[in-house]
Design a protein around this ligand. Structure first.
Ligand code: ZN
Length: 612
């Protein structure tokens, strides 16, 4: 049904029109517009972030020109503009407001500009397969002389890091290369035969040489995983890590040859520091996660994303595999590449298990359901999210762990081999992974029936038997209440301990306000609700500290009186406390591991037992 698509490119131009007003001017020119009136459309979401974002709401004004003269253009839908009939070159010109400090949209001020294609570039309807050219124009004025451009968008005339002309094979490629303009620090390394740049924007005092060295090892380990050493090659010729360092913030979004990361400036390794602290480990994990997506989701894709429908939700039950397996490997590649030690890795795993155990939603929603409903649940968090939603990242990662351990124990295959097979069979354009495709492939390679495993843990809500699965690898799983008694091994559940529990999560801030009231907990039973502000507990002014004291010194089954404001109304509750559930988990190397267990563990973690 598409009109003939010749090779004449769609031409785009983007310029920082008014940095202080945060406005880009963006134009799109087609040489052969639809004679009946060409339509232009803007994506409603950005691939990788599964929420309808309605980027069109930031299109402040739109006009059109036919052969250089103004013609009419009007909206025909929330995200569609249709120009009057024109024979000759038709240009749509928009002013786009850009002040979103995230990895998902666009930002412009007097210090830097940044944009993702889906939030600024329309596509000429029916011509989305034409090649695209884009001219990225420098801001005018003295203050912008030092600005350079960092992007993985292929250059067509623009000098390295300069403004000028860029090219893409089609619209899909055009919008998958975010662009940073401004002053940034650059370091680079080689991995898998490809140049990798890190462009760091924002005030920081990070040791970028060290970051580059460590990230090189992580990237090479991933290339080796998918490519198989020794002649393994990265799936790109060039890769760019965009890093925005700010005071508070966290985020990442994957693209085919780049990623955008936002981190706290303190997460960059500090000059002169040694070892990998918690902050730096978090940044390395984020960079590792997004790089793993270069294979898993950017090239190995669910069939449901072929092609992306940028106008509406793209539904799949497989985000647990594309995000969860990626989340399993992000930290695993840090330990396998030797950037962190085994004990650090076990600490990270213990924290993940803890986070999952603390979310009652895990027994209400499966990760397949969570994947499907990501658009309306996981990405739209509210006070009831912990009770109703399971994270397909978090439980998906632990499912990947459980699957890997189970396959390794059976001795026929590993999750690494499943990922390589996925890459070989589905890594080519157009060969999507059908729903349940990962499950079928794992069963095929393992030569065993995995229906029960996936039925229970992916399509059902059963808790994973991680203690049982980790034991043959010489790793002990321990559980305890948030504070207090310790208990070795076993499955999660409520046990009698000295510590009492209210079943709430307090919001950050000085005021003791309930952010979440957990399902079936004492607070819910007594009638407390999310949003309530605690006033007094047993007649003493409530604060995070006084609540902590009460829970520490009162027994489970004790009754406390709680006064709280719901909106502006004072209410009183009688709360019968429970014993705190054993939901804090930590892992440790078993003292009594035998040689088989040690060998299994070093094959899994890639480090010898002598180097924990
Ligand atoms: Zn991800």
């Amino acid at each position: 049904m598409n009109p003939p698509q010749g090779s004449r490119p769609t031409r785009y131009r983007i310029a920082p029109l008014n940095p202080h007003a945060h406005v880009f001017e963006v134009s799109c020119t087609v040489d052969e517009p639809d004679p009946a009136g060409q339509s232009f459309r803007l994506p409603a979401w950005i691939p990788g972030s599964y929420l309808i974002r309605e980027f069109a709401r930031h299109f402040v004004s739109v006009r059109a020109e036919c052969n250089g003269s103004g013609i009419g253009i009007r909206k025909t839908a929330k995200d569609i503009w249709q120009a009057d009939p024109c024979s000759g070159a038709l240009t749509m010109i928009a002013e786009v407001y850009a002040f979103d400090l995230s990895v998902r949209a666009a930002y412009l001020d007097g210090r830097r500009g940044y944009f993702n294609g889906p939030s600024v570039f329309v596509w000429p309807v029916g011509q989305e397969q034409r090649p695209c050219e884009v001219e990225i124009v420098a801001a005018q004025g003295e203050g912008y002389r030092e600005w350079r451009v960092a992007t993985s968008l292929p250059r067509a005339g623009a000098s390295p890091y300069g403004f000028g002309r860029f090219a893409a094979a089609n619209y899909d490629e055009l919008i998958d290369h975010p662009v940073e303009m401004g002053s940034f620090d650059l370091v680079h390394f080689q991995a898998g035969g490809a140049r990798h740049d890190i462009a760091v924007t924002g005030r920081h005092r990070g040791d970028l040489k060290r970051f580059s060295r460590d990230l090189q090892r992580v990237c090479q380990a991933q290339v080796d995983l998918f490519g198989g050493a020794p002649e393994s090659r990265a799936p790109v010729d060039y890769y760019l890590f965009h890093v925005l360092a700010i005071g508070e913030g966290y985020g990442g979004l994957e693209h085919r040859s780049s990623t955008s990361l936002i981190c706290k400036r303190d997460e960059l390794p500090q000059l002169g520091s040694i070892g990998v602290g918690e902050d730096y480990r978090s940044l390395l994990g984020l960079a590792s996660h997004e790089y793993f997506h270069t294979w898993n989701v950017k090239r190995i894709k669910p069939s449901a994303f072929l092609p992306y429908d940028l106008t509406r939700e793209n539904l799949t039950e497989q985000l647990w595999a594309f995000e969860g397996i990626t989340s399993y490997y992000d930290d695993l590649m840090l330990v396998r590449s030797g950037v962190i030690g085994v004990s650090d890795y076990l600490e990270l795993l213990g924290r993940d298990i803890t986070r999952l155990l603390r979310a009652p939603g895990r027994s209400r929603q499966s990760v397949a359901e969570s994947s499907f409903d990501a658009w309306i649940k996981y990405y739209r968090r509210d006070e009831n999210t912990p009770n109703a939603v399971v994270s397909y990242y978090l439980k998906g990662a632990l499912i990947a762990l459980a699957l890997d351990l189970m396959l390794r124990r059976a001795g026929v295959t590993t999750l690494d081999e499943v990922m390589r097979a996925l890459w070989q069979r589905h890594g080519k354009p157009g060969i999507g992974v059908p729903e349940n495709g990962v499950e079928a492939l794992a069963a095929e390679l393992a030569g065993i029936d995995l229906t029960d495993f996936f039925g229970k843990y992916v399509h059902g809500t059963a808790d994973l038997p991680l203690a049982e699965l980790l034991a043959p690898f010489g790793v002990d799983v321990m559980l305890r209440a948030a504070e207090g008694a310790k208990d070795k091994g076993g499955s999660p559940g409520k046990r009698k301990t000295a510590r009492a529990w209210l079943g709430v999560v307090l919001a950050a801030g000085a005021e003791p306000r309930l952010q979440h009231v957990l399902s079936d907990g004492p607070a819910e039973r007594a009638g407390l609700a999310a949003g309530d502000t605690l006033v007094a507990i047993d007649g003493i002014r409530a604060s995070a500290e006084s609540l902590e004291r009460v829970l520490k010194f009162r027994g489970a089954d004790d009754v406390v009186s709680v006064q709280a404001f719901r909106r502006d109304e004072l209410m009183e509750f009688s709360v019968e406390l429970d014993a705190a559930p054993l939901e804090t988990c930590w892992l440790a190397l078993a003292d009594d591991a035998n040689a088989d267990a040690l060998a299994r563990r070093s094959a899994w973690l890639g480090q010898s037992p002598a180097n924990p």
